[in-house]
Design a protein around this ligand. Structure first.
Ligand SMILES: Cc1cc2nc3c(=O)[nH]c(=O)nc-3n(C[C@H](O)[C@H](O)[C@H](O)COP(=O)(O)OP(=O)(O)OC[C@H]3O[C@@H](n4cnc5c(N)ncnc54)[C@H](O)[C@@H]3O)c2cc1C
Length: 470
């Protein structure tokens, strides 16, 4: 445990009120909402300024105290959790939550790390701009967490993920030094791109305290449709067709298997099937237009008609109102959560080249049945990015713990297929604690060695989020 004198020195930096020590106050910071990861800490610090973060890290470096940065605590790989030693201090960025500037002419927004993603989206909208990062956790997750986990989501296809949306960062290094790289530049070839080292580093290299993010014109039209298809191969054909016609206007192309849709319809209150009858596969398509609502509507009609004529689409419905479009999006976002009532679930967040998606689904389906016969595949995800949430629910009536005892064997079987296809075992959720061991044995040794040397150069005392990523 940390000694009282040291705890007192940390507490002095943020003030007593924002140095949480009571068990009840600390509780929400030491367990993530799904209950998969939990830890212990004697202290949660809630700094309100970059200066306070700097003083915390300077003291931590000087005393060899491990620091775990935490944003909205929605991460899915345990990166934001302290370990069980009771020696790690959690630094919550939630009070560092000011929007510093909206520059509509440069199309940028400068926000502190603790700004909630949804607040950022709303602020952009109030200025007639779009911030396109969109996740089901957007009501809780924070910009600092989004950047640190290089979050993806539905809008990546057209706008890119957190990395592509970030122009500049302000970071406090483990020594307490502040790297002020809050520039609004799209072009900047002056040496190594340090900013990109912090994005996706999951808090292992420093604490992001603010960022300059890209904004886009608010689309004038946005149409959402739901289409039924026979197979992932037809979905791939339809994706190519939609992209060829809509280009950058294709702002989402989400694949949904029959099983996860069935789960959502069973468990999400008020959920309604977009199409009648049941089909093996579906896609949710979004088309946006900067010209008008009519333009996106016409383009959507054209894409769906072409899909039907090409024999790729069996049936389709275009949302006729904002409420219906929202219902389609909500249904898609609910797929992950609605697996819970179906018992144990073994998750994979994989990516492969888009062209390999049909082969992946075919090969992975066979592999799953070899590991646990009768397992139900809940496959859905960002097809346009080659990223699938390939989750496996336990066979009906199976024992949950017995099923979950196959977690590693199932992961190994799926990840072997992914690697053979040149894919990634963590497309958007990161490594954290959950996939660290797997990364260490599967990434090329040269890459691991380089990552270790980078970590050593930035954080020689090893205080930043130890035990995570590498
Ligand atoms: C329902 C649900 C849906 C989700 N959907 C998606 C999705 O579609 N796509 C996707 O990519 N993810 C998704 N996620 C995962 C998660 O929401 C994202 O990873 C999100 O970006 C995490 O943000 P956070 O603020 O909650 O960070 P946390 O969970 O608090 O932290 C995540 C990591 O970042 C580090 N960190 C946090 N803040 C900072 C900082 N300021 N400086 C340095 N390090 C920091 C932490 O130490 C940790 O390693 C989903 C999660 C849920 C619960």
């Amino acid at each position: 445990m940390l000694d009282d004198a040291l705890i007192h020195r940390f507490a002095e930096i943020v003030g007593d009120k924002y140095a949480l020590r009571a068990v009840g106050e600390i509780a929400p910071y030491v367990e993530e909402p799904r209950g998969l990861f939990a830890g212990r800490t004697p202290l949660v610090l809630k700094p309100a300024t970059t200066e306070e973060v700097s003083r915390i890290l300077r003291l931590a470096s000087g005393t060899g105290t491990a620091i775990v940065p935490q944003g909205g605590n929605t991460g899915l790989v345990g990166g934001q959790m302290p370990d069980r030693s009771g020696r790690e201090v959690v630094v919550s960025l939630s009070r560092l939550n000011r929007i510093r500037e909206v520059d509509v002419q440069s199309n940028t927004i400068t926000a502190e790390a603790g700004v909630i993603l949804q607040t950022l989206q709303q602020t952009a909208e109030e200025h007639g701009r779009l911030f396109p990062l969109a996740l089901a956790s957007q009501g809780s997750c924070q910009i600092g967490g989004n950047l640190s986990s290089n979050a993806g989501g539905i809008g990546v296809l057209a706008y890119g993920g957190a990395r592509e949306l970030c122009l500049g960062v302000e970071v406090v290094l483990p020594t307490g030094e502040v790297l002020d790289d809050l520039r609004k530049l799209k072009k900047d070839n002056t040496g190594y791109d340090l900013k990109n080292l912090f994005i996706g580093a999951e808090g292992t290299l420093g604490i992001i305290t603010a960022a300059v993010l890209k904004l886009f014109p608010l689309p004038k039209g946005r149409d959402v449709a739901w289409a039924a298809l026979s197979s992932p191969r037809d979905a791939l054909g339809f994706f190519e067709l939609a992209l060829a016609r809509a280009g950058n206007g294709l702002t989402a192309f989400e694949l949904v298997g029959a099983t996860p849709l069935e789960f959502a319809l069973r468990h999400v209150p008020g959920a309604v099937a977009p199409l009648s009858g049941s089909h093996p596969w579906y896609v949710m398509v979004e088309i946006s237009s900067g010209i008008s609502a009519e333009a996106s509507g016409m383009l959507m009609e054209e894409v769906m008609t072409a899909g039907l004529e090409a024999g790729l689409v069996i049936d389709a419905v275009i949302a006729q109102s904002t409420a219906q479009a929202e219902a389609f999006r909500n249904l898609r976002e609910a797929l992950s959560e609605s697996q819970k009532p179906e018992g144990g679930s073994i998750k994979h967040d994989i990516s492969v080249p888009v062209v390999s998606i049909p082969d992946f689904i075919e090969q992975a389906g066979k592999a799953v049945q070899k590991v646990v016969p009768g397992s139900r595949v809940a496959c859905f995800g960002h097809m346009g990015d080659g990223n699938l949430h390939y989750n496996i629910s336990q066979p009906v009536g199976a024992d949950k713990q017995e099923f979950l005892s196959h977690y590693r064997a199932m992961n190994d079987a799926i990840h072997e297929i992914v690697r053979a296809m040149g894919g990634s075992i963590s497309a958007e959720h990161g490594i954290g604690r959950m996939k660290r061991d797997e990364l260490l044995v599967t990434a090329p040794p040269v890459a691991i060695n380089l990552m270790r040397r980078i970590k050593q150069a930035f954080d020689p005392a090893g205080i930043m989020n130890p035990g995570k990523v590498i």
